[in-house]
Design a protein around this ligand. Structure first.
Ligand code: ZN
Length: 323
């Protein structure tokens, strides 16, 4: 098993191998996807075909426009950095390092890849090391505004493991178990789909090509305090409304799903075009009422996050009349 310093150094090698000024997100995205798999305690190696769809989506969303067609490159080339262990048919493995197999060859040959044994073991034994590696990758390759999006797209939990973990290694098994239960990489997509890929507050629905942009799945009861990855605990929000929601500028009433702004949320423009225009309006409902926000999570949000007191209902009434 490698030491934490050796593991950090191995991941640092990717950066050293890249040319300055070139944005090449392929390797970091595959590495982050693989780190999330280790965090969920999934098998060390995965067949290329199993993650092809995820890589395509990640590169479409977070890479330059030509990136998705070369999405299989890192599955082959990360081995050169000493960070990837490939197994598959002999004729594929016998290729020269620089001769990338085609996407079809990787898929049809059921080629498998994953972190080398010594790195994989070190990451599994030390959840904090895994998080440090993941945070450094995000810091090195992506602007901070995208860190949350990328982490949730690969299903990576970056909330710090509890302190007792640092002192008591036997707590790690329980922690790994809770990670398996808690982080679901499909949460974001399920929530956005429930709300038909628009912000449930303002209706924002911009796309870049086919990908929704600036749209996020918010936890109503925060994930780090036990809020589950299920649609009734999720809201599809634009980046601005997600931020305001997490800051407690507004909440949503548990019974009638109306948006209520805090008295502390102040804006010069209170009319129909200002930031407070959604006060008193109902959120745009999900296509299936069964996926609507559940009262227990909204109540948690209202008492733990929302900056009480709420604005008066007179504004609620006037907002009603406007709709
Ligand atoms: Zn919005």
């Amino acid at each position: 098993m490698k030491s934490p310093a050796e593991v950090l150094d191995a991941f640092e090698n990717i950066r050293r191998a890249q040319r300055a000024g070139v944005y090449a997100p392929h390797k970091p995205l595959l590495a982050l996807l693989a780190l999330a798999r280790v965090q969920r305690d999934e098998p060390r190696q995965v067949e290329y075909g199993e993650i092809d769809g995820a890589l395509k989506q990640l590169l479409t969303e977070f890479g330059p426009s030509s990136a998705p067609s070369s999405r299989h490159y890192p599955f082959w080339h990360l081995a050169t950095d000493g960070l990837w262990d490939i197994s598959g048919p002999r004729q594929t493995l016998a290729r020269a390092r620089g001769a990338t197999p085609t996407l079809g060859e990787l898929r049809q040959g059921h080629v498998k890849g994953g972190f080398p044994l010594d790195i994989d073991a070190a990451l599994r034994a030390d959840p904090l090391l895994l998080q440090t590696v993941a945070s450094r990758m995000l810091d090195t390759y992506f602007p901070s505004s995208l860190h949350g999006d990328i982490a949730s797209a690969v299903g990576l939990d970056l909330s710090a493991p509890p302190r007792e973990l640092r002192e008591d290694p036997s707590a790690r098994e329980t922690y790994a178990e809770s990670q398996r239960k808690r982080r679901d990489p499909t949460f974001r997509d399920r929530v956005l789909r429930a709300y038909e890929y628009r912000c449930c507050i303002c209706g924002f629905d911009l796309r870049i090509g086919h990908m929704p942009a600036g749209l996020e799945a918010a936890h109503i009861q925060w994930h780090n305090v036990g809020g589950p990855d299920i649609e009734p605990n999720g809201l599809s929000l634009c980046a601005l409304h997600h931020k305001l929601f997490d800051l407690g500028a507004f909440t949503i009433e548990p019974q009638n799903h109306r948006v209520v702004f805090s008295q502390y949320a102040i804006s010069g423009e209170r009319g129909t075009t200002g930031h407070l225009q959604f006060h008193g309006r109902q959120i745009l409902a999900p296509h299936d009422p069964g996926l609507s926000p559940a009262a227990q999570y909204l109540a948690w949000n209202a008492s733990n996050v929302f900056k009480k007191p709420a604005r008066s209902s007179s504004l609620t009434k006037s907002a009603d009349q406007l709709t």
